[in-house]
Design a protein around this ligand. Sequence first.
Ligand code: COA
Length: 156
Amino acid sequence: MSSNAPVVEPLAGPADLEAVLAIEEATFYNPTTREWYEAELARPEVCSVYVIRTDEAPVAGFAAFWRVLDEMHINNLAVEPRWRGRGVGRALLRGVLRAAAAQGIRRATLEVRRSNTPALRLYQGQGFAIVGVRPNYYAQPVEDALVLAATVESSQ
Ligand SMILES: CC(C)(COP(=O)(O)OP(=O)(O)OC[C@H]1O[C@@H](n2cnc3c(N)ncnc32)[C@H](O)[C@@H]1OP(=O)(O)O)[C@@H](O)C(=O)NCCC(=O)NCCS
């Protein structure tokens, strides 16, 4: 990774949204749409989108989550393919959990494909544990979702 520590902060404008959409397109078979992001960003009391910035990339990755009371559900999280495997995802997840803790969030959940070893390693390394299975939750290809949960520490 770069010499300066990466910065994790809320999505801050149209250029950030374009970068998030480009990472979506480069990453997911069914990318989350512009319409979804525009609608969700219009209700900041529920949805938050964070980006991670490094020396090399204004947006190297992003995470979107919903908040309900003191719980968060991470909907989408991805690192731009070029920057994977260098600790960016770990820094992103840590930064988002730290920001969530500062907002009073105490528990985090998410779903992940059973075969997604990089994501499982990332999440389990940051305190997430498997708490359930949703059979055949995903399409194209059909696959179970593992439900992961973590306690969000205020000292995160
Ligand atoms: C999952 C993802 C965000 C990880 O980001 P990253 O920047 O590559 O991850 P990091 O370099 O920070 O590594 C984080 C952990 O994942 C592990 N990891 C990363 N890539 C891996 C791979 N290809 N195989 C196995 N483990 C891997 C690392 O070893 C590290 O584990 P550790 O914390 O035990 O050392 C990234 O691969 C990605 O964007 N994937 C596509 C989108 C996706 O699957 N999102 C999750 C949907 S829920």
